[in-house]
Design a binder for this molecule. Structure first.
Ligand SMILES: [Zn+2]
Ligand SMILES: [Zn+2]
Ligand SMILES: [Zn+2]
Length: 706
């Protein structure tokens, strides 16, 4: 990353890198140290960054990112509409306001109005610190089983620089940067007034010409890089001191996790005998709040250190080295230069607190995988692979079931089944539970977070509609678990709790599937129900959720057709009545799969258009690319057909393999009154797609969000 010193009032013929003044930095530091407004000293002069290098060969599309406030996963998408209402890793709901725009600058420029820089003054503008790098490429859960760790309840997964992707961003003062297409850019002090002020003031381009473009964007500056990455999971809950006030919990956890990251990073550095600057660290959070440390090679492209850690050493070696770091020779109270503090982590010094992490890590290292971890409950291992079948069988003789689960159900974007939202197994189990509760039995489910009910995940609407009444009549209760709850200290399911013949099921599994999808994860242990006192201890801090937890949002409707029921499209699409739409977007991977699918699409639009005040101005089609020549012909025919109705047409073919490939399962229609405003739209999701909707011999469901 370079800060180019512009010396002439027009794009020069000399290459910037041929000039005397070399201002080049690692892009990760460059995006903050060279960002507009920052000053740099070189050759005895002060150089101030004025804007962003704009060259035709610099492809700088504006993209969007969102960081999950719960687990810290970062997701990048081309369009804002591509984000769902929940984090794809942890299912935590995320508001659309969390989505931010960014560009990846290739270079920054000074203004040619100051070809010789400035005299060094006494003060220099300090750039705001860049946010620490976040992991973009989270390894799949299965990757954590590849190289076994020799410490109980720990696991790790390594990615080479081909897969390992990190993301660093400069948000300025949290409001981003305002950039004109000429390259001029300024860090924003506030989100609105400052923009108006800059635009009213007028500006000169970096080549010192008065700007006639005035084409504005507000973005963050970011840099994505590939490197070796190691994710380290220590599945042990973070202890919260008893005297902590609720508003102090987040700060405490942050300090704890930061200390753990620094101890692990320095431990790894010592183990490898390398310089502190060679390894960086960050953290993520997992289900039930277990921490995940992310180490990565600081040199872009990776130096191989993370790989060396897993190849040459064991988890125990690494954690023991981390413990050594935490055993401060100076016996400091929190942290000092002897133990955790170094030049690289100075922005975290005030958060580092070694003693609680020391005790916690010692405990992790001393825990030997017990032969029977559920001895104290008198539970014995069950030699089974299908826990779901066991639980379903137990229901027959139960009148009360208590369950602890990572979530109620897995959020699903697509209709995995042509008839229902959700997989057939999940649907069948949910129906079974409903009839079991309707027969007078009681189900209690405790979860770390309330379930998310949102049209982006049509199965959530389906589940809510089924379970809502049970919650209202009291046969179903949902509770929220406290942050410190450790599911491996307690049963996952208790049949007839505290009753004669009551029994409990235990598991060491940490898979995050929902209760409706995976009722009981294996490996399993079975024992008698805990007694009253133990049950009370287990329920400590549980907060029961209001029946509103399963309320379907006001703007959302679920419509269901049973097989043979005749179609009432005037009711289903009543929101179209008398309306004008600027754009209808049709997303369906199979809509052009066969001539039959294509014919149904036209039939459907022929039904739909007459409901509206006028034919929509534009139809956009997004479907899966096909090698068949038919697809091309259908697209040509469709364009002509729409033209005849007065609508324009555009399409996007999503590749299944290779560049630009995307998991694409959605079957969704979006109706937009304004072409460029994707936020204001009606969305329709259907099981089985348009052709099944039109054919009354099939079951079919629709979710409509207005
Ligand atoms: Zn998340
Ligand atoms: Zn401009
Ligand atoms: Zn110390």
């Amino acid at each position: 990353m370079q800060l180019e010193v512009l010396t002439e009032d027009r794009p020069g013929h000399t290459n910037p890198w041929d000039k005397d003044i070399q201002l080049v930095r690692d892009a990760r530091l460059g995006i903050s140290e060279y960002a507009p407004g920052s000053q740099v000293i070189a050759n005895g002069r002060v150089w101030e960054s004025y804007g962003i290098g704009q060259y035709p060969k610099h492809f700088m599309p504006t993209r969007h990112y969102r960081e999950c406030p719960q687990c810290r996963h970062v997701q990048i998408e081309m369009a804002r509409e591509d984000f769902d209402a929940a984090c794809p890793v942890c299912s935590h709901p995320i508001l659309p306001t969390q989505i931010r725009s960014f560009i990846e600058p290739k270079s920054f420029v000074t203004s040619s109005a100051e070809p010789n820089g400035k005299d060094p003054g006494l003060t220099r503008l300090r750039p705001p610190p860049t946010q620490e790098a976040r992991l973009l490429s989270a390894a799949a859960d299965t990757a954590f089983a590849v190289s076994p760790a020799n410490v109980a309840n720990t696991s790790w997964a390594w990615q080479d620089a081909k897969q390992g992707r990190m993301f660093v961003v400069n948000k300025g003062r949290n409001f981003g940067f305002l950039r004109c297409a000429c390259g001029f850019a300024e860090m924003l002090r506030n989100p609105v007034a400052h923009i108006a002020e800059i635009q009213a003031r007028g500006h000169r381009s970096p080549y010192n010409q008065s700007c006639t473009l005035n084409s504005w964007h507000t973005e963050d500056l970011a840099h994505e890089f590939h490197t070796d990455v190691l994710q380290i999971r220590i599945d042990q809950p973070i202890p919260l001191p008893a005297n902590l006030r609720p508003e102090e919990i987040d700060g405490w956890r942050e300090g704890f996790v930061r200390t753990l990251v620094e101890a692990a990073r320095l431990g790894a550095v010592n183990l490898l005998g390398i310089d502190q600057r060679e390894l960086c660290g960050t953290a993520r959070s997992r289900i039930f709040g277990y921490p995940e440390v992310v180490l990565y090679d600081s040199v872009a492209g990776g130096a191989g250190y993370c790989q060396m850690l897993t190849d040459r050493f064991a988890m125990r070696d690494l954690l023991k080295k981390a413990l050594e770091v935490l055993h401060c020779k100076a016996e400091c109270s929190h942290s000092c230069r002897t133990c955790l503090q170094g030049y690289e982590n100075q922005i975290h010094w005030d958060k580092l607190n070694r003693k609680p992490v020391l005790a916690w890590l010692e405990r992790a290292l001393n825990i030997n995988q017990a032969e029977n971890p559920f001895d104290r409950f008198n539970a014995a291992p069950l030699n089974v692979t299908n826990g779901s079948a066991i639980l379903q069988a137990e229901l027959e003789s139960a009148n009360h079931l208590l369950v602890v689960a990572p979530r109620l159900f897995n959020l699903q974007k697509d209709a995995t089944d042509e008839n229902h939202f959700g997989t057939p197994e999940t649907v069948a189990f949910a129906m079974k539970l409903v009839s079991w509760m309707t027969a007078g039995n009681t189900l209690e489910i405790a979860l770390p977070e309330p379930p998310l009910i949102h049209a982006d995940f049509p199965n959530s609407i389906w589940v809510a509609k089924r379970l809502k009444t049970c919650m209202e009549d009291g046969s179903l209760t949902l509770s929220r678990l406290p942050a410190s709850f450790d599911p491996r200290q307690w049963p996952r399911a208790i049949v007839n709790p505290d009753k004669n013949g009551g029994r409990a099921f235990f598991s060491t599994s940490l898979v995050t599937d929902g209760f409706l999808d995976l009722p009981l994860p294996t490996p399993l242990w079975k024992g008698p129900s805990p007694d009253t006192a133990a049950l009370q201890a287990m329920r400590l801090g549980w907060v029961s959720l209001d029946s509103k937890a399963l309320r379907i949002p006001k703007d959302t409707t679920l419509l269901e057709y049973s097989a043979g029921q005749s179609l009432d499209y005037t009711r289903d699409f009543s929101f179209c009545k008398g309306k004008n739409f600027a754009l209808i977007r049709i997303e369906d991977p199979f809509i052009l799969k066969t001539d039959w699918n294509y014919k149904q699409l036209k039939r459907f639009l022929d039904i739909l258009f007459p409901l509206m005040a006028s034919c929509p101005a534009k139809i956009e089609l997004r479907t899966r690319v096909s090698e068949e020549p038919d697809q091309k012909l259908m697209i040509q025919d469709f364009e002509k057909w729409l033209k005849g109705k007065g609508a324009t047409f555009s399409f996007q073919l999503v590749p299944v393999f290779g560049f630009g490939k995307k998991d694409f399962h959605d079957r969704r229609l979006a109706f937009q009154p304004e072409q460029s405003n994707g936020k204001k739209r009606v969305a329709v999701l259907m099981t089985g797609g348009i052709d099944r909707y039109l054919d009354s011999k099939f079951e079919c469901s629709l979710v409509i969000q207005t």
